[in-house]
Write a protein of this length. Structure first.
Length: 236
């Protein structure tokens, strides 16, 4: 056990999906996994392990932002020896062309500014997704007919910012498709531990147009995202 996770050795599969919201983690486990069992309830950060098409897979809540995300990711990689992390989160589109409810697959990530999304200098090397997972996700999304985009994403340390959407001008000029609050940390810490990682994000609002989904639809909204992440994470 750790201070943040009551699961023991062997309670997590080698592949773990990482939603931020505990309600979403529970919904994903109950909807998609065979014989899911709850392996962590500490601090409300629910974790589950079960089978998907006969293969073991886990789902672990990470909370919001780099600080919370790094606690759970670090313990999964270091204490539980997890080898594959797939973020299944939300994002805000940074271009009008990326529609609500579509998926964004992060091919690369950068902070909204020089200091943002840098994991507090602990892991300075730039890092990206596992090439195999990335290629598999893009191909499988096409096969499943899921509306998706693959490209640069931004990572922000703040949800409420005094500069509003103007702070994204630099990354938008570079072609960033969307922004979330965890992907930079995911790629850097996975590289540090020599693990595989991929971030697949559901567009729940659009920074440019001001459109947003209603929170009440967000669980059903994650059907395509969860199916894709499980397909990619459990494929040989």
């Amino acid at each position: 056990m750790t201070p943040h996770n009551e699961a023991g050795k062997g309670d997590y599969a080698e592949t773990v999906l990482l939603p931020g919201d505990p309600e979403r983690a529970e919904w994903m486990a109950e909807t998609f996994l065979e014989a899911p069992r709850c392996v962590n309830r500490r601090r409300g950060a629910l974790g589950f392990t079960g089978l998907f098409r006969g293969r073991p897979v886990s789902i672990q809540t990470t909370g919001i932002g780099v600080s919370s995300f790094l606690i759970y990711a670090h313990e999964l990689l270091d204490f539980h020896r997890v080898r594959t992390l797939i973020r299944t989160g939300t994002c805000g589109a940074l271009t009008a062309e990326v529609g609500l409810r579509s998926l964004v697959i992060s091919q690369s990530v950068r902070g909204e500014s020089a200091g943002s999304g840098q994991v507090y200098g602990l892991y300075d090397a730039a890092a990206g997704p596992d090439p195999g997972l990335l290629a598999r996700a893009v191909a499988r999304a096409g096969e499943l007919g899921i509306e998706h985009y693959a490209g640069l994403t931004a990572c922000s340390d703040l949800f409420y910012h005094p500069e509003g959407r103007a702070r994204f001008a630099e990354v938008q000029a570079e072609g960033a498709l969307a922004v979330d609050m965890e992907t930079s940390a995911l790629y850097r810490i996975a590289a540090h531990f020599g693990a595989r990682a991929l971030s697949i994000l559901n567009v729940v609002d659009n920074v440019v147009t001001g459109e947003q989904t209603d929170y009440s639809e967000r669980q059903a909204l994650f059907t395509d995202l969860t199916r894709l992440a499980l397909d990619v994470g459990t494929e040989s």
